[in-house]
Design a protein around this ligand. Structure first.
Ligand SMILES: C[S@@+](CC[C@H](N)C(=O)[O-])C[C@H]1O[C@@H](n2cnc3c(N)ncnc32)[C@H](O)[C@@H]1O
Length: 309
């Protein structure tokens, strides 16, 4: 399976073993993506070319019950984590925001409400006639999996978010769904003000490539926000969290979605993902500046941010 042994002192290294045993820095892990033909799929080692299809299959299976499972698994706490992102988005009239790995739209919909509110308030406080003033903004929900996007579109229609004029005929910010891979986004260079990726980066085959592509699509001065499960520092909380993740979540997956394996992958992928400071290092490697992170719920989740300067 391994075709390269040129790095790390000429030793053949299996990627998941060095990730698990933390024998190498995150920089080495990120660099390894350039030449190692294998990567992790949960605790398994797989050929890089295989991972995308395997992840696609997971989300194809979980798509119909994804939102329900999120509420049950986190006892609704994922809504609090996602709500907390809204104040960090820095929405402004005319903003273009891409939510990558946007799935069924949780972040895109929150951003759209905030953007429409900002645009309405700017319009109400200006002397402009309706429909004169900045062009309305745009939210793009991008995901590799069309089944997740179908669920997202269904929810957007149900919530009447696809209607892009208000009762007075004013234009509102729009929402669009686009199928695409985070490593090679179907977006022009320097075309977005804000890039978010929420509970998505750990599913991408090559983290560094995805972050480099995030930087490519951002305008100079644009911001990246990544929310992802991370590393819990408090020992008691960590013990509880690990027992819950590995003992309860796959079981719930089986009972509710009849799919234990997909949920086993989800908890394993959380364990394999770089810790807070390691992810910061990979973001800097991808060219981001002013990189920082904030822990939520003791580090169960971390919110990373950085700018394209
Ligand atoms: C755990 S879900 C998160 C969905 C949404 N962001 C949320 O927080 O509810 C992960 C999403 O990542 C998407 N995904 C996985 N690999 C991807 C890739 N390479 N590019 C874009 N999206 C990807 C999956 O299809 C799935 O919708």
């Amino acid at each position: 399976m391994l075709r390269s042994n040129a790095r790390f002192g000429g030793k053949l290294i299996r990627i998941s073993s060095f990730l698990k045993h933390e024998r190498f820095s995150s920089k080495q892990v990120a660099e390894s993506a350039d030449y190692l033909p294998i990567t992790s799929f949960g605790f398994k080692e797989v050929d890089k070319e295989e991972k995308e299809g395997m992840v696609r299959e997971v989300f194809l299976k979980v798509a119909p019950t994804y939102d329900l499972m999120n509420d049950i698994m986190s006892a609704g706490v994922h809504r609090i984590w996602k709500d907390s992102i809204v104040s960090k988005l820095g929405v402004f009239p005319g903003m273009i925001h891409v939510d990558v790995a946007g799935g069924t739209g949780d972040i895109g919909f929150r951003s759209l409400s905030a953007l429409r509110a900002a645009e309405t308030s700017a319009r109400d406080s200006s002397f402009h006639a309706p429909n004169v003033g900045p062009k309305p903004g745009r939210i793009i929900i991008c995901d590799i999996n069309s089944h997740m996007l179908v669920e997202g579109k269904r929810r957007a229609a149900h919530l009447d978010l696809t209607n892009s004029t208000d009762r007075q005929g004013n234009r509102l910010a729009t929402i669009n769904f686009k199928e695409g891979n985070a490593e090679n986004l179907p977006l022009d260079d320097g075309s977005v003000d804000l890039y978010t990726i929420v509970f998505g980066l750990r599913n991408v085959t090559d983290t560094l490539a995805a972050l480099k592509d995030a930087r490519r699509v951002l305008k100079p001065g644009g911001k990246l926000i990544c929310m992802e499960f991370s590393s819990v520092r408090n020992e008691s909380l960590r013990t509880f969290y690990e027992a819950y993740s590995f003992g309860v979540i796959p079981l719930m997956g089986e009972l509710i979605a009849q799919d234990e394996r997909s949920y086993q992958y989800l908890v394993e992928s959380i364990r394999m993902f770089p810790r807070q400071v390691e992810l910061e290092e990979i973001m800097r490697e991808a060219g981001f500046k002013c990189v920082a992170h904030e822990n939520l719920t003791g580090g169960v989740v971390a919110l990373h941010s950085g700018f394209r300067i």
